[in-house]
Design a protein around this ligand. Structure first.
Ligand code: ADP
Ligand code: MG
Length: 854
C-alpha cells in the first residue's frame, strides 16, 4: 500500500527584489438610492471615476468648506450594473487563478447598507460574487473531480491524498452514519433560497482546466466578531435548555508560514449546490447567533474560503498520482467586511459599544496596515506592519506579505446621510490602490504526458463496447433478473386451508419439480456456457500467450533492430567523423592548390615581365647596333673625308710648292730677262704661271674650306706699287678675328710694330705694308693649329687698299711622350716648352690673292 501523499497550501516565498507586483485591484460599486426623493451625493463621471458632492445641508453648515472631490478606481460600476457584469470583471480571473493554483482574496468594503452583502452574496435571482464563483468553479472542474475523501484535510492547513481503498472505506463509513445521503444530486433538494440564485444562461466556465488532474473543493466559513473567530460550519450539538455560547477559534501559522484558523471545519463539496448549501447553513447559524446573542450583524466580518486541491493523474490516467509533492492547494477568500462607519453612528451602548469599538478597531488596523505597507513600498522604509493587531489583518497577512491577487469592491450608497462616511471610504480605497502585492507565480507542471484522462476514458469505452459485443456481463441488470424469474412456471397458491387437501401440495411439488428441472437445465446450460466460456477464455489465453509470444518476438526483433539502429548510428557517426576529416583534408588541399596556383600565377607574371624585359633589351640592342652601325658609317665617312681633305691639302701644298718654285724660277727668268731687256728693249709683262693641275683640281678645291682657294685672276694692283721693305722696317696689320678660338696661351707669334685689329679697315691697312691673318683651329689629330696667313698691302688704283697673300705659316704644338694628349702651351714655362714646340714654318708664297675693297 502506498503511503498517502500530503499537500500543503503553497509556501509564500521570501520576496526576491525582482519579483513582479500588481497593485491591489480596487473597484467601486454604486448602489441605487433607496427612494426617489433621496438626495444623491455621488456621481459616476467615467468608467473609472466618481465624484462626491457635499450635500446641501453640509455645505451650509460648513460654510462651503466641502468641495467636489473625484476618486479614481480600476473600474466603477454604476447603479445599473448587473451581478454577472460585476462578476465577469472582478471575480472571473480570480477563479481562473484558483484553478491555476494561485491564491486570491476578494473583499467588499463600505458602510452598512452600501451593498456589501448584496455584492458578495446577492439575492434570489441576483446571485452575487460568491455563488457565481462557486458555479464557475464547478462548471469548470466538474467532470474532473476526485472521488470524495481522496483528498483529505490534515488539520494543519494542508491536504493529503489518500489511496483509493482508504477513500472507499471512509465513504462507506460516512454513508452508514448518515441515513440520508449528504450530497444533493439535484437542485430540488437545495435550500429554496438558492434555487434561482443564478440563471442557468449566465453560467460561466473556464476552458483552460488541466484535464489530467483531479480536483477537490473544500469550503470553510468563519465569522470574526469582536476580534473573535467563530466557525460557522461547526456541528456543535445544540442544547435548547442551556445554550452554550459558541467557541472561538484561534489563528495558527502552518509550516509554510501561512495563517489558518486552527480546527476550522473544512467541508468537501462536489457541486455548486452543495457548496452553497453549506454556505447557507453557515449563514443561518450566523443569523441565529446574532439574534440569540443580541449582536449587531453589520459589525461582523464573514470569510468564506474556497480551497481547491489538485493532483495529477498517474501515467495510466486512471488514478491520482500518489505523490505528495504533486498535490497543489490554492484558495480564494471571499470576505464580507463589517460596515466601516464610526461607532457613534449606530448609537450603540454598553457592551455593544465596546464590541463595536473592537470591530472598528479591526478596520482601523486594516487601514493602518495598508498605510504602512504603502509607505514601505513607496519610500523603501521597513516599518513593521501591524498585522497581528487584529484577527482580520492577521489572517490575510500572507496575501500582502507573500503572493496572491487581492481585489476589493468598495460599495457606495450615494445617499446624502452617508456622505461623510463615504468620504472616509474613498480615502481608504484610494490609499489601498497604491499598495502592491507580489504576483503569484505559475506552479511547475508535472512531467507526465498530457491527455492521460482522455486516453483512459477512450480505453474504458472501448473495453465495455467489446464486452457488450461478446455478450459479456452487463452490470447486474435487475430487469434481466426479473425476466428470468418471470420465465419460470408460476407458483400455484400454496395455502393449505383443509387438512385433507391433497391437491395443493402435489401441485406445488409438481411446479417445484418443474422449476427444479428448469433450473437444472439452466444450470447445465450455464455450465455448458461456462465451459464454453472457459474454453473461449483458454483459447483467448492461448491466443493471448501466443500474441504475447509474438509480442515478445517482436520486442526482441525490435531490440535487435534497435541494436542495428544503434550500430548504424555509430557507423553514421563514424562516417560523419570521417567525412568531416575528409572535408578538412579537402579543405587543406584546396588551400594548398590555391597557394600553388597563386605561386604559379606570380611565376607566370614574373616570366612575362622577364620576357618583356628581354624583348626590350633585344630591341635596345638592335637599336644600339643600328646606332653603332650609323656611328661606324659616320666615322668611316668622316675619316674618308678627312683623308681626302688631307690628300687634297697635301696635293695643294705640293702644288703650291711647285707653283712657288715655278714663280721663283719665272721671277728669276724675268729678272734675267729684264736685265737683258733694259739693255735691249722693253720688258714683257710678266705672265702668270699656269697651274698645271688647275682644271683637274677644281672640283677638289671647291670642296675645301680650310685653306683659301687660290685665285687665278691677276690682282688689280700694280706690282710696282709694292711698299719697300727697307724703308724704316715693316709695319704689320695683325688681323685676329673675334671668332677665333681664344687660345692666347697657345704659342703666338710676336709681331712687333703691328696694329692689331679684329676687323681689317682701310685706315690700318693704309698705314702698313704687311698683313697677317691669324687662324686657329683644332687639327684632325686633336692638336691646336695656328695658321698665319701673310700678305703684302698694296694701294689700288681707285685709292683703296689691297692685300696679296703670299705666305701661310702653320704653328703646331705636339707632345713627344704622349702624342694623343692635348697640351697647353704655357708662355715661358721652362725649356721643355721650347723642346716640345716644333715650328713648322712654311714660308710659301700664297698663290691666291685676296682683295679687300674697302
Ligand atoms: P450591507 O451589506 O453593505 O450592509 P446590503 O448588501 O445588506 O448592505 O444592502 C442593503 C440593501 O440594499 C439590501 O436590501 C440590498 O438588496 C440593497 N442593495 C444593495 N446594493 C444594491 C444594488 N446594487 N442593487 C439593488 N439593491 C441593492
Ligand atoms: Mg452586510
Amino acid at each position: 500500500m502506498q503511503r498517502a501523499g500530503k499537500g500543503r497550501t503553497p509556501r509564500r516565498p521570501k520576496k526576491p527584489s525582482n519579483i513582479e507586483k500588481d497593485p491591489v485591484g480596487v473597484y467601486c460599486r454604486i448602489r441605487p438610492l433607496g427612494g426617489e426623493d433621496e438626495e444623491c451625493c455621488v456621481e459616476m463621471i467615467s468608467s473609472s471615476t466618481i465624484q462626491l458632492h457635499a450635500p446641501d445641508g453640509l455645505k451650509a453648515n460648513r460654510n462651503g468648506e466641502y468641495k467636489e472631490t473625484q476618486y479614481c478606481f480600476k473600474k466603477v460600476f454604476g447603479i445599473k450594473t448587473t451581478q454577472i457584469e460585476l462578476f465577469e470583471d472582478v471575480a472571473k480571473t480570480l477563479i481562473e487563478d484558483l484553478i491555476h493554483c494561485k491564491n486570491g482574496l476578494l473583499f467588499t468594503y463600505g458602510v452598512t447598507g452600501s451593498g456589501k452583502t448584496y455584492t458578495m452574496t446577492g439575492s434570489p435571482g441576483e446571485g452575487g460574487l460568491l455563488p457565481r464563483s462557486l458555479d464557475m468553479l464547478f462548471n469548470s472542474i466538474g467532470p474532473f473531480q476526485a472521488k470524495r475523501f481522496v483528498f483529505k484535510p490534515d488539520e494543519k492547513n494542508g491536504i493529503e491524498v489518500q489511496n483509493q481503498l482508504d477513500a472507499l472505506l471512509e465513504r462507506q463509513k460516512r454513508d452508514s452514519q448518515q441515513s440520508v445521503p449528504k450530497t444533493p444530486s439535484s437542485r430540488q433538494r437545495v435550500d429554496p433560497e438558492f434555487t434561482d440564485m443564478i440563471n442557468p444562461d449566465q453560467a460561466c466556465k473556464f476552458e483552460g482546466v488541466d484535464e489530467d488532474c483531479c480536483y477537490s473543493v473544500f469550503v470553510s466559513y468563519i465569522e470574526i466578531y469582536n476580534n473573535y473567530i467563530y466557525d460557522l460550519l461547526e456541528d456543535a450539538p445544540f442544547d435548547p435548555i442551556r445554550p452554550k455560547p459558541p467557541q472561538s477559534k484561534i489563528l495558527r501559522e502552518d509550516q509554510n508560514h501561512n495563517m489558518y484558523v486552527a480546527g476550522c471545519t473544512e467541508v468537501e463539496v462536489k457541486s455548486t449546490e452543495e457548496a452553497f448549501d453549506v454556505f447557507w447553513k453557515g449563514q443561518k447559524k450566523r443569523r441565529i447567533a446574532n439574534t440569540e446573542l443580541n449582536r449587531e450583524s453589520s459589525r461582523s466580518h464573514s470569510v468564506f474560503t474556497v480551497k481547491l486541491a489538485q493532483a495529477p493523474l498517474d501515467a495510466d490516467g486512471d488514478h491520482i498520482l500518489q505523490d505528495k509533492s504533486q498535490v497543489n492547494v490554492s484558495q480564494l477568500c471571499l470576505v464580507d467586511l463589517a460596515g466601516s462607519e464610526r461607532t457613534n453612528r449606530t448609537r450603540a451602548e454598553g457592551s455593544r459599544l465596546r464590541e463595536a469599538g473592537n470591530i472598528n478597531q479591526s478596520l482601523m488596523t486594516l487601514r493602518t496596515c495598508m498605510e504602512v505597507l504603502r509607505e514601505n513600498q513607496m519610500c523603501g522604509t521597513n516599518r513593521m506592519v501591524p498585522y497581528r493587531d487584529s484577527k482580520v489583518t492577521h489572517l490575510f497577512k500572507n496575501y500582502f506579505d507573500g503572493e496572491g491577487k487581492v481585489r476589493m469592491v468598495v460599495c457606495v450608497n450615494p445617499k446624502a446621510e452617508d456622505y461623510e462616511e463615504t468620504l472616509l471610504v474613498m480615502r481608504f480605497a484610494e490609499m489601498t490602490q497604491e499598495v502592491e502585492v507580489a504576483r503569484p507565480v505559475d506552479r511547475p507542471i508535472c512531467g507526465l504526458t498530457p491527455g492521460r484522462r482522455q486516453r483512459n476514458q477512450a480505453f474504458k469505452d472501448e473495453l465495455s463496447r467489446r464486452l457488450e459485443e461478446r455478450g459479456g456481463p452487463v452490470n447486474g441488470d435487475p430487469v434481466q433478473l426479473n425476466q428470468l424469474i418471470e420465465s419460470l412456471p408460476p407458483l400455484p397458491p400454496c395455502e393449505l386451508s383443509d387438512p385433507s387437501d391433497d391437491q395443493t401440495l402435489p401441485r406445488l411439488m409438481e411446479v417445484l419439480e418443474r422449476r427444479y428441472r428448469i433450473r437444472q437445465k439452466m444450470t447445465e446450460q450455464f455450465n455448458q456456457t461456462a465451459n464454453n466460456m472457459k474454453f473461449a477464455l483458454q483459447q483467448f489465453e492461448s491466443q493471448f500467450s501466443s500474441k504475447e509470444n509474438v509480442l515478445h518476438d517482436q520486442r526482441s526483433k525490435l531490440g535487435e533492430k534497435d541494436k542495428v539502429i544503434a550500430n548504424q548510428r555509430t557507423e553514421i557517426e563514424r562516417l560523419e567523423k570521417k567525412s568531416k576529416t575528409l572535408e578538412y583534408k579537402i579543405d587543406i588541399l584546396q588551400k594548398t592548390t590555391e597557394m600553388y596556383e597563386q605561386d604559379k600565377r606570380s611565376l607566370q607574371q614574373e616570366l612575362e615581365s622577364r620576357e618583356q624585359r628581354l624583348q626590350k633589351e633585344l630591341a635596345e640592342r638592335r637599336r644600339m647596333e643600328q646606332r653603332m652601325q650609323g656611328v661606324v658609317t659616320d666615322t668611316k665617312l668622316k675619316w674618308e673625308r678627312e683623308c681626302e681633305r688631307r690628300v687634297n691639302a697635301k696635293q695643294l701644298e705640293l702644288q703650291n710648292k711647285l707653283w712657288v718654285k715655278d714663280e721663283k724660277l719665272k721671277q728669276l727668268k724675268a729678272i734675267v730677262t729684264e736685265n737683258g731687256g733694259a739693255s735691249g728693249g722693253p720688258a714683257e709683262p710678266p705672265r702668270k704661271p699656269e697651274r698645271p693641275s688647275r682644271e683637274r683640281d677644281r672640283n677638289v678645291a671647291q670642296k675645301r674650306s680650310a685653306s683659301p682657294t687660290p685665285l687665278s685672276t691677276v690682282p688689280p694692283v700694280h706690282p710696282m706699287h709694292r711698299r719697300s721693305h727697307s724703308a724704316g722696317g715693316e709695319k704689320w696689320v695683325d688681323h685676329k678675328p673675334a671668332s677665333n678660338l681664344d687660345l692666347d696661351t697657345v704659342m703666338q707669334p710676336i709681331i712687333p710694330n703691328a696694329i692689331k685689329v679684329s676687323t681689317p679697315n682701310e685706315k690700318a691697312l693704309s698705314k702698313c705694308h704687311r698683313y697677317v691673318l691669324r687662324h686657329q683651329e683644332l687639327a684632325s689629330d686633336g692638336e691646336i693649329e695656328t695658321k698665319l696667313i701673310k700678305g703684302n698691302v698694296f694701294k689700288t688704283r681707285g685709292g683703296g687698299q689691297a692685300v696679296e697673300f703670299t705666305d701661310i705659316e702653320t704653328l703646331k704644338q705636339e707632345d713627344p711622350t704622349a702624342p694623343s694628349r692635348k697640351r697647353r702651351s704655357g708662355s715661358g714655362e721652362g725649356p721643355a716648352q721650347t723642346d716640345d714646340i716644333e715650328n713648322r714654318v712654311s714660308s710659301n708664297k700664297c698663290l691666291s690673292l685676296l682683295i679687300f675693297v674697302l
